[in-house]
Design a protein around this ligand. Sequence first.
Ligand SMILES: *Cc1c(COP(=O)(O)O)cnc(C)c1O
Length: 234
Amino acid sequence: MLRCKWMGLAENIAKVRENIASAAQRAGRKQEEISLVAVSKTVDADMVEAAYREGLRCFGENRVQEFLKKSEVLPKDIEWNLIGQLQTNKVKYIINNGVALLHSLDRLSLAQELQKECLKKNAYLDVLIELNIAKEESKSGLYLEQVDVFLDQIADFDRIRLKGFMTVAPYTDDRMYLRKIFAQAKALYDAKKKEFPGFQYLSMGMSNDYEDAILEGSNMVRVGTAIFGSRIYK
Ligand SMILES: *Cc1c(COP(=O)(O)O)cnc(C)c1O
């Protein structure tokens, strides 16, 4: 019986990998240059384990409680990515607790809390700054023109290791528009990479748009639905 809910998982993963390879090739890049973060929010731990057995090692969660629960029971070599908006009062649970990368640094108060908690625990954290390129009110993230000031503000936060940018594009089928949004993120990433040698990830592209994101220079895609199917929110 249990097998039923995993039906299609291996095929979905194979398909996503194939699409990544094909988009990478069209962009003149190698498949290995693009990291796949399997977004496992709302997905049961046994399903995540099934995906792990298909070779996936990088998973994305947006809620701290859910991440903690899953990371406790799942293999220790999983790289957990936190992709959702992080409340300041949750920071204490994620430092030194197996988070490989935080994708959603979006405000100064969060940076301050991360720095403070890392100092306390003698830790470091790899983070991406989240961009809100289309200035959607429903989304968090910095507007492009706010990035320079923000980088100055956090310049002394030595515990935060800046690794690049993350963005969530507007939900639309207008692919020309999406490509334009992604291209803007890539341009900023390239410019800042010259100043910040630690930059190595441009996290953009989800189930709806990861191929377009790769064509515009993404090297990290966050794919949930195309791997695990539609989410059931409890
Ligand atoms: C849920 C989520 C994803 C995955 O979305 P899908 O459309 O299911 O692929 C990616 N990034 C973020 C920030 C998310 O919250």
